[in-house]
Write a protein that binds this ligand. Structure first.
Ligand code: SF4
Length: 396
């Protein structure tokens, strides 16, 4: 284990860089210029991930993903755009949806995405992700409606395998828990962390059972991340007993192109980590350069789905809004149509909403409800025995 108690030592083939000056392809002038950015928002990368960059291309997508840009400083959004703090029931424990708890277990990632929605965690003085997970384990054990836990952070696979084993072993003792999700970008950032650690494979194998399933939620963002080692890492996780699925963010200048997204979705389905969420980039501070308007995002997403192979089409385009996970269903000349895929207030679950079309809007809060009476907000109350889907208007 390294001095920080992380799992970096499993990646002997990979060298971590925490200062821009360590990136040989950047000039002294560039690193000087970007110092004010890295003073505010942490930088971290590793030589494997940086090797995916075409340094002759200033717009290279992997470069945009990890190398800071001065424009990050011009945006003064919210550091906690989804107001995670409102759902925090104990330090590092979020309970927003009835059956799911999020546990923040790690304060670091194998690299830092410039568009990170939790960049606050990596800022000096932030201790939201606790080193002690006991309060979180206790909360889950005492809350019987919780059947799912998402282990997140930071990246759980940056913990030492011993520490991860302790957490998973303790979770496995909670009998109402049926699913443990590990949210990780390590297969993309540093697949050798997985490939070289037999103890991790044994851990997944040991705790995957008929009663308890371990899902690994990969975070591939661009097809260039789907290298042979990355695909092999996903294969190893699957053979160890994990079920994989992928979530990605829609990012301007990185993957806001139907060809790129379509290829990503298709190849993810081929490697057995099919896409299930494509997230609208949150209005987190420093992220304005990555944001794609909702109307444009919907068009790109639909075109990408049309290009993707069957299981690549399982993706949903959603916003992780303060009030819930809002799916962007459709757009016409006048309106944008949404539905709560998950709602913090369970009364809103499945609610269908119609808002006035605004081609510049990048977030739900930027929009105004449609004015036509009866068109604004209806609650879908589910399928009836006769198979018809009924809706009930709940407000104008
Ligand atoms: S992997 Fe996730 S938590 Fe880590 S820097 Fe990227 S977006 Fe943030």
């Amino acid at each position: 284990m390294d001095a920080n108690g992380t799992g970096r030592h499993y990646s002997n083939r990979v060298k971590y860089l925490t200062r821009l000056e360590q990136v040989p392809q950047l000039s002294g002038e560039e690193t000087d210029r970007l110092k004010s950015v890295t003073d505010l928002y942490a930088f971290q990368a590793n030589d494997y991930y940086l090797s995916l960059i075409d340094w002759n291309d200033p717009d290279d997508p992997i470069r945009r993903l990890v190398i800071p840009r001065i424009e990050e400083l011009t945006d003064i959004g919210d550091l906690d755009a989804s107001h995670e703090i409102d759902y925090t029931v104990a330090r590092g424990v979020q309970h927003k949806y009835r059956r799911t708890v999020v546990l923040l277990v790690s304060r670091t990632c194998a690299a830092y995405c410039r568009f990170c929605f939790r960049k606050r965690l990596f800022m000096p003085g932030n201790d939201e992700a606790p080193l002690d997970v006991e309060p979180g384990l206790r909360y889950i054990a005492e809350t019987p409606q919780v059947t799912n836990v998402l282990i997140s952070g930071g990246d759980p696979l940056m913990l030492s395998t011993g520490k991860l084993e302790h957490i998973i072993s303790r979770l496995s003792e909670i009998h109402h828990l049926r699913i443990i999700r590990i949210g990780t970008k390590v297969p993309g950032f540093n697949p050798y962390r997985i490939l070289d650690d037999g103890r991790l494979h044994a851990l997944i194998d040991r705790f995957s059972s008929r009663r308890l399933k371990i899902y690994v939620i990969t975070h591939f963002t661009h097809p260039h991340e789907l290298t042979e080692p990355a695909e092999n890492a996903v294969g190893v996780l699957q053979r160890s007993g994990a079920i994989c699925a992928n979530q990605t963010s829609l990012l301007a200048g990185i993957n806001d192109d139907p060809e790129i997204l379509g290829e990503l979705f298709t190849r993810l389905s081929w490697i057995g980590s099919p896409p299930y969420y494509m997230f609208q980039c949150r209005p987190t501070q420093g992220n304005a350069i990555f944001r794609v308007p909702l109307v444009k995002g919907h068009r790109i997403f639909q075109q990408a789905l049309a290009k993707a192979s069957d299981l690549g089409r399982r993706a949903r385009y959603v916003m992780s809004h303060h009030s819930g996970k809002i799916e962007i269903l459709g757009v016409d000349e006048r309106c944008i149509y949404f539905r709560y895929h998950r709602a913090a207030n369970h009364e809103d679950e499945g609610c269908f909403m119609i808002y006035r079309r605004d081609d510049r809007a990048c977030w739900f809060d930027d929009l105004k409800p449609a004015e036509s009476p009866g068109l604004r907000r209806v609650k879908t109350t589910g399928g009836r025995e006769d198979g018809r889907h009924i809706t009930e208007q709940i407000s104008n």
